[in-house]
Design a protein around this ligand. Structure first.
Ligand SMILES: [Zn+2]
Length: 263
């Protein structure tokens, strides 16, 4: 009886095996322009070179032909990412074609933000070191210079305890990522207490520039706080005016890319 049942289970497994897995994998959004993949690769290298991404952060883009797919590298150090390392996921963060490649545990951050932010086409999660003090104190991160003007709308802080109680701090499932996306709301940046931040943008170049200048702004604000006395921040009106015309991305991007890829 037991052997009959085991044979039946084995048969079922054989019948369902690869086809079952293929049926479960989401369909691809289709081919992506090589130039856009090159930008995603460059973003990885730039953010590593600029000290925003350490060995563990990640940057993604929304699939240009299917808003319900996104692209991010396999789990690896951003400094070494190449086009061959880019994987595709649906917004529940299931891989389209895993082929045995390891995946970022925190990839849910990307899928859940893309679900609720149709204006966003690139998401960066980093452990940007200078922002950490602003996630663990009552001091809000604010724009201290014009290249960080986008921070004028405010920088919310994600408290993972509110979403998941005591955790290992990692946003390792859709529920935690959904709560993080809710904290981000319509903002460009949210800090994650004791962890890092998420930065979003309408394209990968703008998101990258924001991530770099969020790190620089945090560094400068910390210096200003150390000097003491009241700080003369950019006013919301100044921030709004600067953000109306933030300039084209090319100048910062091209220089950073050249420097990062020279290595
Ligand atoms: Zn992380």
């Amino acid at each position: 009886m037991l052997s009959v049942r085991m044979t039946a289970i084995a048969l079922l497994w054989l019948m369902a095996g690869p086809d079952f897995a293929a049926a479960q994998a989401p369909a691809s959004g289709g081919p992506v322009d090589a130039a856009l993949i090159e930008d995603l690769v460059a973003a990885n290298r730039i953010l590593a070179d600029q000290g925003v991404l350490d060995a563990y952060g990640h940057v993604s883009i929304r699939h240009p032909a299917n808003p319900n797919r996104y692209l991010v590298s396999r789990a690896m150090s951003p400094a070494n990412v190449t086009a061959a390392d880019i994987m595709e996921f649906d917004l529940d963060s299931n891989p389209v074609d895993q082929r045995g490649r390891s995946m970022f545990l925190e990839r849910f951050i990307h899928g859940e933000i893309y679900k609720v932010r149709p204006d966003v086409n690139s998401v960066i999660h980093s452990h940007s070191p200078a922002v950490i003090p602003f996630g663990i104190t009552k001091v809000p991160l604010r724009p201290v210079f014009h290249t960080a003007a986008f921070l004028y709308v405010g920088v919310p802080v994600f408290e993972i305890r509110d979403a998941g109680g005591t955790t290992d701090m990692l946003v390792r499932n859709a529920a935690l990522a959904h709560a993080l996306a809710a904290t981000l709301g319509d903002k460009p940046v949210a800090l994650m207490r004791g962890h890092g931040n998420v930065v979003v943008g309408p394209n990968v170049k703008r998101a990258t520039i924001r991530a770099v200048y969020t790190e620089v702004d945090a560094r400068l604000q910390t210096v200003a706080l150390g000097l003491g006395g009241p700080i003369n921040y950019l006013s919301p009106e100044e921030g709004a005016l600067r953000e109306k015309n933030p300039g084209e991305e090319g100048r910062a991007w091209d220089g950073w890319k050249e420097k990062a890829l020279r290595k």
